[in-house]
Design a binder for this molecule. Sequence first.
Ligand SMILES: Cc1ncc(COP(=O)(O)O)c(C=O)c1O
Length: 450
Amino acid sequence: MLKDALPEIITQQLPGPKAAAIIGRRAAAIPDAIKCVYPLVIERGAGAMVEDVDGNHFVDWVGGVGVLNIGYSHPEVVAAVKAQADKYFHGMFNIVTHEGYVELAETMNAMVPVRGDKKMTFFANSGAEANENAVKIAKAFTKRPNIIVFSGAFHGRTMLTMTMTAKKAYAHGLGPFPDGIYRAQFPYLYRKPAGIKSADAIDYYTESLERVFEEASPAEHVAAIVVEPLQGEGGFIPAPLEWIQAVRKICDQKGILLIADEVQTGFCRTGRMFATEYWQEVGAAPDIITTAKSIAAGLPLSAISARAEIIEAVRGGTIGGTYCGNPVACAAALKVIEIMKRDRLDLRALEISAIIFDRFNSWQDQYLEIGDVRGIGAMVGIEFVKDRISKEPYPELVSAIVDEAVKTGLIIESAGIYGNVIRFLAPLVISDAQLDAGLDIFEKALKKCV
Ligand SMILES: Cc1ncc(COP(=O)(O)O)c(C=O)c1O
């Protein structure tokens, strides 16, 4: 069974002949801007494994970029989707109430670690849409116009979220952009400025945030501060809890809402159902949480959750959309969450974490090119540098490792503002044997490319 298979490349080269033909058609029919560097075309997926159209088997450490925590084609999710599709697969929620939407909102309300007793959730289709909606409700509730985001942030590709996103390569030539978005420095501790001692780093980054109030937007004009618990696209950089506590305090003092973008960190990835559970444990729960990606195992769905008084502040008609909370996607999400809780994928993430940190740290001891290994739970990045003192990023090495690994059956992806981080986002249903096989392929690729 593919679910239990190990990586194996059976074609002489990659892409194999069938994949090459489809990739050729892709190049002719689809804009280059929707880029793909991988020489495979999927035939089917199961668990953490992908079979391509030529019969090659790959172990996948990308998981649709954090979408497949539950793995490809989980049989129980497939059954739930089929059962829903047999009944109906659309019912515009503003016109026809469907129970799946209601039940999923109830399920989310019972789980999300946002502040408040009475919580509410509504749904959208993508991570970017969820973030747009979170900003809308924060503005409506606070009646303030501005938002603070961070260096390295990635919040999506719509006009607003592209503006919130730090890396301007994502927005090249597409301005002008919406106003009222201000940026502070994210605590990228590995790259803290020279001269700032570790013990002073949190204060340094907290002051950077407070400077925004002096230099860009008075605090009383700020509706929300938006934080990823662990920056994904930005380079797998965890937000230190001490800093989150400081941000929470600033929000409380200034009447600002704290929004957690859990689009990539949610659904057991970090060893908890939500990474913000760690925030809650230190008394710094957010006011609004956005989730997407792994919520519905690949069907388009995202959620915006907050305490009722915040979410109820928006006027009728200002949120929602034709496909938001699609019945098939809701059915998938309900099953995903049921399985995650039953099979304790949060604990599995911690087991995986221990295995990969062990290997990654041992490589860091051997290879000077590995500058940093960091993450939370099973969301881990390895940052490559040309020199450990200058910390000059080494994106060429990362590209070479990605190319080499895929040739022997491991799909990995880069991340980071410099493209010099390799990320681990494998489905949490990966077996130990598949995990080891991937680690062995990675190690060989690393040895070959340095
Ligand atoms: C933290 C974060 N927020 C938002 C998004 C955007 O999600 P989507 O691509 O579903 O719009 C992403 C996507 O990678 C993300 O990682």
